[in-house]
Design a protein around this ligand. Structure first.
Ligand code: ARG
Length: 365
């Protein structure tokens, strides 16, 4: 298949190379943002009289139909078309003919992909903040429900002083609230509109970037086109916040695992959030807590992958940057599912009261 960039090329791409360089298998999840961004860009091109109103109408109509095809699962992905941008653009050309090419005026895939991931991430940050909010409510509920519940407080994992269980639970709550603030703060740096940067040096067309930013609800436009298409610090920052969330979850999970043991006997997890053993029927395993603790490693790994990806990259866009997506998507999915499952596990858990005589420093647990 002829590539949109294939003008000066005499040979077709090797199939091995095609498979190696494609990103459509994972960037397809960005389709709705890609289309929304293209519609805004197209409206701007018409407003600035760079394309005719009739052309803009035709392009927008086509893009809306493509969005529908995706939603209904009818869109036929072509992996030889590399990525989500080229898949959509080529389908548009199939639908409305050569006028489709005008959508690419004053734009490059380099600024387009930055727009897509920024739109994706700001939505996901919103979702994660909601999950944290739900968890905060659960912890507050548990603290209230068990308000008269006294437990040993530890230092060095040795019994130190008796504390209220609510005191302990609300310590974790504080950590999650700071995580929520960190996400909110990072949003400022995610929510910047990069279009207009084109490949790296901007464009000579008389575009209106503020108009695109307004349509797409970005409070700010990127100042420097070379920076806009090439840095991924906002992703690294997000993955660092995500790593801190996982670290906080993992600390809590470690305690749940301890508490669920017969030695501690402090918490009873519901059957719905535990697993058993076929050969040891007495067992009820705190698998969700262990899995969350385990998944922390992959989120840290994704952060290191992104930092290493960016290290030594010269300005401006480099194809290496395509490798930013899988660690990002994996981080988002992992953090979201861990927060949801942790919340479910805690909501359904029962705390077991420690009898006063057992609170003594020397008593056997
Ligand atoms: N799939 C590419 C990425 O994720 C889109 C940008 C491609 N740009 C290019 N000049 N080849 O980064």
């Amino acid at each position: 298949m002829k590539k949109p960039w294939g003008g000066r090329f005499q040979q077709s791409t090797d199939t091995l190379m095609e498979q190696f360089s494609q990103s459509i298998s994972f960037d397809r999840i960005l389709y709705a943002y890609d289309i929304e961004g293209s519609i805004a860009h197209c409206k701007m091109l018409a407003k600035c009289k760079i394309i005719k109103p009739a052309e803009s109408k035709k392009i927008i109509r086509g893009l809306e139909l493509i969005a529908k095809e995706f939603e209904d699962g009818r869109f036929e992905i072509q992996s030889c078309l590399e990525d989500i941008h080229m898949n959509i653009e080529s389908r548009l050309a199939e639908m409305i003919g050569p006028v489709a090419g005008k959508l690419h005026t004053a734009r490059s895939r380099n600024d387009q992909i930055c727009l897509d991931i920024r739109m994706y991430l700001r939505d996901q940050v919103g979702e994660i903040r909601k999950e944290i909010h739900r968890l905060a409510k659960t912890l507050l509920g548990l603290a209230k429900k068990n308000i008269d519940h006294i437990v040993p407080g530890y230092t060095h994992l040795q019994r130190a002083q008796p504390v209220l269980l609510s005191h302990h639970l609300l310590a974790h709550l504080e950590m999650f609230l700071r995580d929520r603030d960190r996400l909110e703060d990072g949003l400022k740096r995610i929510n910047v509109m990069p279009l207009g940067s084109a490949a790296l040096a901007g464009t000579n067309f008389p575009i209106d970037r503020d108009y695109v930013a307004k349509l797409l609800k970005f409070p700010e436009v990127a100042h420097n086109s070379m920076d806009a298409v090439s840095d991924r610090d906002f992703l690294i920052e997000f993955c660092s916040t995500a790593s801190i969330i996982m670290m906080h979850l993992s600390r809590f999970c470690e305690e749940v695992v301890l508490w669920a043991s017969s030695e501690f006997n402090r918490i009873e997890l519901s059957d719905a959030f535990s697993t058993g053993s076929s050969i040891m029927p007495q067992k009820k395993n705190p698998d969700p807590a262990e899995l969350i603790r385990g998944k922390t490693g992959r989120v840290y790994g994704n952060l290191v992958a992104l930092l290493t990806l960016m290290k030594s990259l010269p300005l401006a866009y480099n194809r290496d940057l395509q490798e930013d997506k899988e660690p990002l998507f994996d981080t988002v999915n992992t953090v979201k599912s861990c927060l949801t499952v942790f919340n479910g596990m805690m909501q359904s858990a029962k705390f077991i009261k420690v009898s006063p005589e057992k609170l003594d420093r020397k008593s056997v647990v």
